[in-house]
Structures are given as structure tokens and as C-alpha cells.
Write a new protein. Sequence first.
Length: 185
Amino acid sequence: MKTFFTALRLFSFLAVLTGVLYPLAVTALARVAFPSQANGSVITTPAGTPVGSSLLAQANTSPRYFWPRPSAGDYATVASGASSLAPTSAKLRDQVAARAAALRTAHNLAPDAPVPADLLFASGSGLDPHISPAAATFQAARVASARNVSLATITSSITAHTESGGLLGEDRVNVLLLNLALDQN
């Protein structure tokens, strides 16, 4: 019995240490060192109304806005994840063909016009808030027409919101931040 009570005390101590004290300490440190990120990187309007997180994609089909990458989990954080379809999957091939046809139709393009890959394939998490500059440029004419502004204005906004991928990454555009900037103009 002595061994049992020793193990129970050790278990209780470690449970409190790793299950309560450590998470509280890390959360407190994060809120002090990285307040925006610790609170979800929430983007708000000037009036203080939250409109989304700069870390998560949001479904959007309005022609006035740039569209994010497709999501296997319908942009839900609980169902976050990839489709797990193999590259040889007929279902994946059909999904990509349907997405390409829908994009070509929405952008008044020929049936064989090339479409950027990141607008055809869902990201690994299904919540990637970024698209490539090529995917943003692909959508620029549609957005300019829907907003009744010049293509140069939209292209300039894309360039201003392109984030560098650094040494090993690729350049990217945060869709939410770009759309909010267009709304402010």
C-alpha cells in the first residue's frame, strides 16, 4: 500500500504541475509576449467588430472579394484537415475538374484556360488563409469588374499585400487582409 500512495502522490503532483500550472504559465507568458497571437490574431473593424482571424480562411463566393483556397473541411476549425485523397483518386480528379470549370466560368475564361493550382487543391489543414500572388492575380479582373474599379487598382493592392516567403518559403497573399483593404478604399 505504501508504494500505491507514493505513486498516487507523485501522480497528483505531476497532474497539477503539467495539467494546471504549466498551461497557466505558458498562457500568461504568451499573452504578455505575443498578445495578438495568443488571442487568435483576430482582425477587427475600426468600430471594434471582429471580422475574422488572419490565421484562418473563410468561405467567400462574392465576386467582389478574392476567394481563398478550397477547404476539405468546409472551413470549419473542428473538421480541419486534408481530404486524404490519393493523387490517383478519381474523386480528387473530379473535384479538381469541377473546381477548375467553376473558376473558369466565374472568370469568363475559355474551358482550357490554366488555373493556379492553389485554387484547385485544398490545403493540408483546409484553413490556409493565404493564396499565391498568381492566384490573386488570376482573380483580379473579376474583383475589379465587380467593384467597378480599374484593374491597376486591384493589382496594386495585391502587390501591397504580398508577404515575402523569406529564404525557403513562397510569397503569399492573406485573403482576409486583402479583402478588408479593398473594402476600406
